[in-house]
Design a protein around this ligand. Sequence first.
Ligand code: SAM
Length: 225
Amino acid sequence: MGQKAKRTKSGSAWMHEHVTDPYVKKAQLDGYRSRAAYKLLEIDKRDHLLRAGMTVVDLGAAPGSWCQVAVQKLKKQGRVLAIDLLPVAPMPGVESLEGDFTDLSALNWLEDKLKSGRVDLVLSDMAPNISGVMLRDQARHYELCELALDFAKTWLKPDGAFLVKVFQGVGFEDFRTQMRQAFSQVHIRKPDSSRDRSTEVYLLGRGPLGNVAAVDEAIVTSLQE
Ligand code: SAM
């Protein structure tokens, strides 16, 4: 954190919370790049999302703690494709792109990596930088969620799953409806490691509905290019 942030009230409150947060300490001890690791670990413990041999796409992956969890659970079998605006420091078992998921070039990178293969699990922990204008921030966040959902609908296997971070409030119900239209089951998860005061929750969609034709079309198109 920079000097400017430390001098502000919210900056020092954030620093206090950060240094006293048990998950921050635990992440340091366990060698995870961030406390976010425990959110995925908790959800995976309940929902059994990650298994050896899977293809996992991690959107908004930096600094890379979800990648670490995925690599461990995949047991060196399968692959993890990660995208973030920020660099994800190299990690065995992870192919990463420093790029904007909203850019076509990021989608092209993923499609090129996947070629004829479909995806078992799409993770999106993406969160845009906060401007402080709530409506604008929510709108930007849900744009990212919708793009991630489009990607999941196109590329998931018929038994695939999509886990996405959302913030309750404006846009939440609309997005949940879109999830329900896209998946046979949609669950809300709020891991203990997600801070109580945060409106953050995760939506988990399982069993994509009616995606087979879209996937086949996308695969044929990518093979033709
Ligand atoms: N799951 C990560 C982990 O375990 O290390 C933490 C992700 S962090 C909460 C949210 C990330 O979303 C940030 O690193 C941010 O750069 C990324 N992000 C936001 N907008 C993005 C975009 N348009 N394309 C790619 N990544 C984006």
